[in-house]
Ligand binder design. Structure first.
Ligand SMILES: [Fe+2]
Length: 380
């Protein structure tokens, strides 16, 4: 008899603000789950489908749960008092028609090492700001560095680019997952909604509504900017974003982070619709540009970009600056580093320190995020 295997399991926050356990299994039946020693049924989120020979299961659990087990695997309990939060984004191995990262070489594609280094930090929460699947073409025959890589919006590519290398995170840290532009409906939206979207539905939609989660006394508003146009305004979407920004503003309660994929200050679609609705937030965190950047903008909260999580880096800050200025006044200097890694945000003296880490966990620079500003210094 074939024994049903647990392929993957993790804890992520749902759009209903509750922590959810998710499990992927080979069988059609969902595994047994124990929360604080009591059996909790998992529901089938997605059954087997042509490109996905697995079953995805889900169950909401209590925010104060202390122990979570799925099958024979222990999952991290929900965060209660987050002192350390890791932010990363843009993690997949890029394979284009003509170029590719060396997906099988840790130096060429560092996300697997980054996931291990993050687990070693023992953060209370990990925020992935989007863009998980970059294997969108077959490895070009002339290139050996990505040979045999799966590709496309199917289970093997999702395992290769995220579910397998993220296993060290799944074992240790609850997750808040944002959707990137790589996960819109005509790219890899089927896999995104199947495995990772925080809503109960698995049918791909172009825009989902913002939601808030409370992790201890830190409130985080998650905003889906996957389909926003970077460099033009789509008039059909303006009313949707206008409504969503107003809804996000209404969710501010105490110190609140606005977390999204595309930096709203540089995105034309969002800028046209955001009005002053971001003003009450403590910080805006995003990815999308493949580097780290921190900037202070007059009248708006500081913007921090952690898009350096493993995919091919964007080369410089100059292009970003060109996008950033527009009609916004950048206060002080913009700090940027184009190097793979992740950000460790730690509560400190009424604000947060940000330790920028290399893929092996070594610190590369430090910032302080407090009093509606972010200020960074490279290491001595
Ligand atoms: Fe992106």
């Amino acid at each position: 008899m074939l024994v049903a295997a647990l392929l993957s399991a993790w804890l992520q926050y749902g759009a209903d603000a509750k922590p959810h356990a998710r499990a992927v299994v080979t069988d059609a039946a969902c595994p047994r789950m124990l929360v604080d020693g009591r059996a909790v049924a998992m529901e089938r989120r997605a059954g087997k489908a042509p490109q996905f020979d697995d079953t995805v299961c889900d169950a909401a659990i209590a925010a104060d749960a202390k122990s979570v087990r799925v099958g024979d695997r222990a999952l991290p309990p929900p965060a209660h008092d987050p002192r350390t939060v890791v932010v990363l984004g843009d993690t997949g191995c890029r394979i284009n028609l003509l170029t590719a990262q060396a997906c099988n070489d840790p130096a060429g594609w560092p996300f697997p090492a980054i996931a291990r280094a993050i687990a070693a930090v023992h953060p209370d929460l990990v925020i992935h700001v989007g863009d998980y699947l970059y294997r969108e073409h077959g490895c070009p025959p002339v290139l050996a560095n990505c040979a045999n890589s799966p590709h496309g919006d199917d289970a093997p590519a999702w395992y290769a680019d995220f579910l397998t290398p993220a296993a060290p995170l799944f074992a240790h840290v609850p997750l808040l997952l944002l959707r990137g532009n790589h996960e819109v409906c005509d790219r890899n939206g089927t896999g995104w909604f199947r495995y990772l979207d925080p809503h109960p539905t698995t049918a791909c939609t172009e825009a989902t509504d913002p939601y808030a989660i409370d992790v201890g006394d830190l409130r985080i508003v998650a905003f889906d900017s996957a389909t926003a146009e970077d460099q033009k305004v789509d008039p059909s979407r303006a009313p949707i974003y206008r409504k969503q920004f107003a809804a996000a503003r209404a969710m501010v309660k105490g110190p609140t982070w606005f977390v999204t994929h595309r930096p709203p200050y540089t995105n034309d679609d969002e800028r046209s619709a955001m009005d002053d609705n971001l003003a009450p937030f403590e910080a805006v965190l995003s990815g999308h540009f493949h580097f780290f950047a921190a900037l202070n903008v007059a009248t708006l909260p500081p913007l921090v970009i952690n898009g350096e999580g493993g995919t091919k880096l964007d080369p410089n800050l100059a292009g970003f600056l060109g996008l950033a200025v527009g009609d916004l006044h950048v206060v002080g200097t913009v700090f940027g580093i184009s190097h793979n890694g992740f950000g460790v945000y730690t509560r400190e003296h009424g604000g947060w320190s940000i330790s920028l880490r290399d893929p092996d966990g070594t610190e590369r620079a430090r910032c302080r995020l407090a009093d509606r500003g972010v200020h960074c210094t490279p290491p001595p």
